[in-house]
Design a protein around this ligand. Structure first.
Ligand code: SAM
Length: 192
């Protein structure tokens, strides 16, 4: 039983792209109420259910409270865009590094489409800063955005540090919504 229907979007994406492997360390941004984390716990074996596979780590973060889940460590009442949260993640992750960053984050909708879209893009851009601190070379980032004029800007920024970036519209996502996901794979650290 999943806490939220959004689980089916991640299941669908992961069935196709195999992002989540047993033993991986995964950060779930905007995790409340916890359905994506439930999927991640199963797929990376962070509850140790499959004794024959390596055991992974799931850390979920949200501004809201996230009810406890076996196999996950939650940072409730934390802002993903806050550098202090990045520091905390580095402390909690094994060797301070993650294989995958997931983000299903969304701001509270103001009703002004362009404003909401821009706000979500800004949040996604902050994930690139987070990636620079914690993402392993070769790692992946999956993030939700709302399609609009700034999507291309985000895609370009992602393409500058990931070898492969693609757009995904899951079947489980409402057809009439602007919701999309960028799947960015093969992370390489920016040259400074
Ligand atoms: N993937 C979740 C699941 O399956 O249960 C659902 C996520 S819900 C669509 C979006 C979440 O993003 C909300 O719970 C919201 O509080 C969170 N959020 C928005 N801005 C955030 C921020 N700056 N830091 C952390 N969480 C944020």
């Amino acid at each position: 039983n999943f806490r939220c229907r959004s689980a089916f979007k991640l299941l669908e994406i992961d069935d196709k792209f195999r992002l989540l492997q047993p033993g991986y360390s995964v950060v779930d941004c905007g995790a409340a109420p916890g359905a994506w984390s439930q999927v991640a716990v199963q797929r990376i074996n962070s509850a140790g259910t499959d004794q024959g596979s390596p055991r992974g780590t799931v850390i979920g973060i949200d501004l809201l409270n996230i009810p406890p889940l076996d196999g996950a460590h939650f940072l409730s009442n934390h802002d993903v865009t806050d550098p202090a949260t990045h520091d905390k993640l580095q402390e909690l992750l094994p060797r301070g590094r993650a294989h995958v960053i997931l983000s299903d984050m969304a701001p509270n909708a103001s009703g002004f489409r362009d404003m909401d879209q821009e706000k979500l893009i800004t949040m996604c851009l902050s994930l690139i800063d987070l990636a620079e601190k914690i993402l392993l070379p070769g790692g992946s980032l999956l993030c939700k955005y709302w399609d609009g004029v700034l999507s291309h800007h985000l895609q370009e920024k992602l393409s500058s540090v990931f070898s492969s970036v693609r757009t995904i519209k899951p079947d489980a996502s409402r057809k009439d919504s602007a919701e999309r996901y960028f799947l960015a794979r093969m992370y390489r650290k920016p040259v400074k």
